[in-house]
Design a protein around this ligand. Structure first.
Ligand SMILES: NC(=O)c1ccc[n+]([C@@H]2O[C@H](COP(=O)([O-])OP(=O)(O)OC[C@H]3O[C@@H](n4cnc5c(N)ncnc54)[C@H](O)[C@@H]3O)[C@@H](O)[C@H]2O)c1
Length: 386
């Protein structure tokens, strides 16, 4: 019986009252969080509150920190361990005393059998290369990362990159989750996407769920991951609309067109993707929150206000203080996939976002659709997804 399937031997704090006996029969799960940015720090906080309460997990949560020297001369890792707070990426929030920051990647993962990956996606290939042969063979992974790698043979989702490079199963967790709001313990939801094992998915849900963070699971890794990835492109479009002061009707139209392109793109790439996934937190809810409040929206708004004269790189550095923008790089990656497959005519919003972000089109092009009506005859079977 899985340790998570039955809570009958838990006391009121959720601790397993069978104590040592339980530990002998059910070895505890050890968790490491790989990444310590804004969302990585909030993920560590959520997890750390649960590992203390649930005896199936070791109390300690390791968190790998990409080491940085702060303006005070302190190392970020030392500061986190001294004051239990990530003052650069999540100031003002205590992570939990059982979170241990570790600047050594290999050391941070070596004992863990639950690995939570949460870094900007562009760093993941390098991180995986460093981890080959360094992790426990029984480790399970979950990716909270939004984005994809585009390779010659086609797009590679981050969960697949982890599975292929590290030879471990990888679930995903996505949702309407602006990190700073969850850090303040405001109610929200998230979706775990899993491939085979419902038991493993349930274990991840147990690790993350709190009274203010409700996690459900669906058997659709690609659908969940593509929702989380593609909504950042739509958020750039929404930010452009805000910068152009086009109003709420236009923004709603952009969100609807974007959601339709998200679904069509996902289903053309993976026929297994389920329509129902788009109604989970990872789908329409994440799209809404990101288009209303996220960092991609914010930077795109500033880009449009500058008339496209200031670059996204410059605005990212100025407005995000070290945090990374994902939507522009994802738009480029999606554009590459559309180009390789001859699908550009089917995805006017995705195509236009990229062309605006590289200066090929002005920001106002985001609402000029007349010349870009999807041409279904280009791709057999595509019309059914619109
Ligand atoms: N912040 C959010 O609200 C939020 C919510 C849901 C999902 N996400 C996703 O979570 C992932 C991580 O985002 P985040 O918000 O935790 O990070 P972030 O953008 O706040 O911070 C960037 C992180 O990258 C690290 N970094 C910088 N250079 C690096 C390098 N060369 N190698 C490795 N790491 C390096 C920094 O130390 C920092 O920890 C992204 O895929 C993002 O889309 C973020």
């Amino acid at each position: 019986m899985a340790p998570f399937a039955n809570n009958s031997n838990m006391n009121q704090d959720g601790k397993n009252v069978d104590g040592v006996q339980a530990e002998v029969t059910n070895p505890k799960f050890r968790v490491t969080v790989v990444g310590s940015g804004n969302w990585g720090s909030v993920a560590a906080k959520l997890i750390a509150s649960n590992t203390l309460k649930q005896s199936v997990f070791h109390d300690e949560v390791r968190m790998w920190v990409f080491e940085e020297v702060l303006p005070t001369g302190d190392k970020l890792t030392d500061k986190i361990n001294q004051i239990n707070e990530n003052i650069k990426y999540l100031p003002g929030i205590k992570l939990g005393k059982n979170v241990v920051a570790d600047p050594n990647l290999e050391n941070a993962v070596k004992e863990a059998n639950m690995l939570v990956f949460v870094t900007p996606h562009q760093f993941m290939e390098g991180i995986c290369k460093r981890l080959v042969g360094k992790i426990r063979p029984d480790a399970e992974a979950i990716s909270l990362i939004k984005g994809m790698e585009v390779k010659k043979e086609g797009p590679c989702m981050i969960s697949k990159l982890i599975t292929e490079m590290l030879r471990i199963n990888c679930c995903v967790l996505m949702g309407a989750n602006i990190a700073n709001e969850i850090a303040l313990e405001k109610f929200s939801e998230a979706t775990v996407g899993y491939r085979h094992s419902q038991e493993v998915a349930q274990r991840w849900a147990t690790l993350f769920t709190t009274p203010y963070f409700l996690v459900s699971a669906v058997q659709d890794v690609e659908g969940v991951e593509l929702c989380g990835t593609l909504k950042n492109v739509v958020a750039i479009a929404a930010g452009l609309v805000d910068g152009l002061e086009m109003g709420n009707n236009t923004k709603a139209a952009i969100m609807r067109i974007g959601l339709r392109e998200m679904r069509a793109f996902s289903k053309l790439l993976f026929s297994s993707v389920k329509d129902s996934t788009f109604f989970e937190s990872c789908g329409v809810a994440d799209l809404i929150t990101t288009c209303l409040g996220g960092r991609n929206r914010k930077v795109a708004e500033a880009f449009a206000r500058s008339g496209g004269k200031r670059s996204f790189d410059e605005l990212e550095a100025e407005l995000l203080q070290g945090q990374k923008l994902q939507g522009v790089s994802t738009a480029r990656e999606v554009y590459e996939v559309l180009g390789h497959r001859g699908w550009q005519g089917l995805f006017p919003l995705f195509t236009t976002v990229h062309e605006i972000s590289v200066g090929k089109l002005p920001p106002s092009a985001i609402v000029e659709y007349s010349e870009h009506t999807p041409n279904f005859s280009l791709v057999e079977g595509s019309a059914q997804y619109y």
